[in-house]
Design a binder for this molecule. Structure first.
Ligand SMILES: NC(=O)c1ccc[n+]([C@@H]2O[C@H](COP(=O)([O-])OP(=O)(O)OC[C@H]3O[C@@H](n4cnc5c(N)ncnc54)[C@H](OP(=O)(O)O)[C@@H]3O)[C@@H](O)[C@H]2O)c1
Length: 290
């Protein structure tokens, strides 16, 4: 398939680029700002028609969860208008769209893995714009998939794993919240899941389906930080604190573990979070892992 990747320099876009050579059956076109702005319909339309694109993978987003609270217009422009424009372009050119969304569309009140059809109730600007982006994609009437993911990390860009490695090399103790429970997602695993779904779209040509994908398991940020330090051999004492002891501009869901039953039934493998963390740390620490 001829595949357009938007937001190609971000964590997920870079992870797709990293593995793209393993998929010689596809031709990838990686794009990002400023030359390929997803909020510019003319530009997106030209990219799709000039290159005979059959699938758009939208990795572009406004992802700064705290900053979104003071930049709601910009977050809405990228996460809602951008998503709608890509979905319209996909429909008009009969291309598929795989759009990425987030566990932050949920409110976090429950304690059972969240299914695709569970009620959404975002509690911050970022989550609200991502939910409205999902609705815009569905309303546009193109074919494809919306994949909600969570706690993304990778070798690329800024993320929790890289922040912990940096802080762990500077400090011997650190406090991390233990009362937000979710599942980390290694962006390489998500990239592979996307390409499995891409094959399925091509074969089955469904309408627009929502799927959940994160790694397997459930942890707190405290557990995740502990594992990062343990696996990378950093002697850091981690204190467990409550969310209210670490105030941030945006509220985050207390529980956002995603159920992966639907995506597994579609043939996608879901690696256990700790195994994927080891894989990423191997790359980040260039074989110095003990
Ligand atoms: N990161 C997480 O923990 C997390 C969790 C759940 C879901 N997700 C979702 O997963 C997806 C991928 O996230 P990520 O962590 O890979 O994001 P990321 O690293 O922030 O990458 C997003 C990319 O999109 C680009 N971009 C921003 N505005 C754009 C526009 N108008 N047109 C084209 N490109 C634009 C960004 O460029 P600049 O850097 O120049 O702005 C960046 O290269 C997003 O949909 C996100 O909402 C992420």
């Amino acid at each position: 398939m001829k595949i357009l990747v938007t937001g190609g320099n971000g964590q997920l876009g870079s992870s797709l680029r990293k593995i793209s050579g393993e998929y010689p059956q596809h031709a990838f076109l990686f794009t990002d700002m400023p030359e390929a702005d997803i909020t510019d319909k003319g530009c997106m339309s030209r990219l799709v028609s000039d290159n005979g694109i059959e699938l758009i993978i939208n990795c572009a987003a406004y992802t700064a969860v705290d900053k979104a609270e003071s930049q709601p217009e910009l977050a809405a422009k990228i996460n809602i208008d951008g998503a709608r424009i890509l979905a319209e372009v996909a429909r008009e050119h009969e291309a598929f769209l795989i759009h990425i969304s987030t566990d932050y569309v949920f409110g976090g009140e429950g304690c059972h893995p969240l299914k695709e059809e569970d009620a959404t109730a975002p509690i911050g600007v970022y989550g609200r714009t991502k939910r409205a982006g999902e609705e815009a994609v569905v309303a546009a009437g193109c074919r494809g998939a919306i994949i909600r993911t969570a706690w993304l990390y990778s070798e690329f860009g800024g993320n929790f794993v890289k922040t912990m490695l940096r802080l762990g090399s500077q400090r011997d103790n650190l406090n991390v919240v233990y009362d937000q429970i979710g599942t980390p997602t290694y962006a390489t695993d998500l990239a592979r899941a996307i390409l499995v779904l891409a094959e399925k779209l091509q074969q089955e040509r469904p309408g627009m389906e929502i799927y959940h994908f994160s790694n397997e398991g459930a942890v707190s940020w405290y557990d995740f930080a502990q594992a990062i330090f343990e696996l990378s051999g950093l002697a850091v004492r981690v204190g467990a604190i409550e969310t209210e002891q670490y105030p941030t501009p945006a509220r985050r869901p207390a529980y956002s573990v995603l159920s992966k039953e639907k995506i597994k039934a579609a043939g996608v493998e879901v690696p256990y979070w700790r195994n994927s963390l080891i894989e990423c740390l191997h790359i980040l620490l260039q074989g110095t892992l003990n």
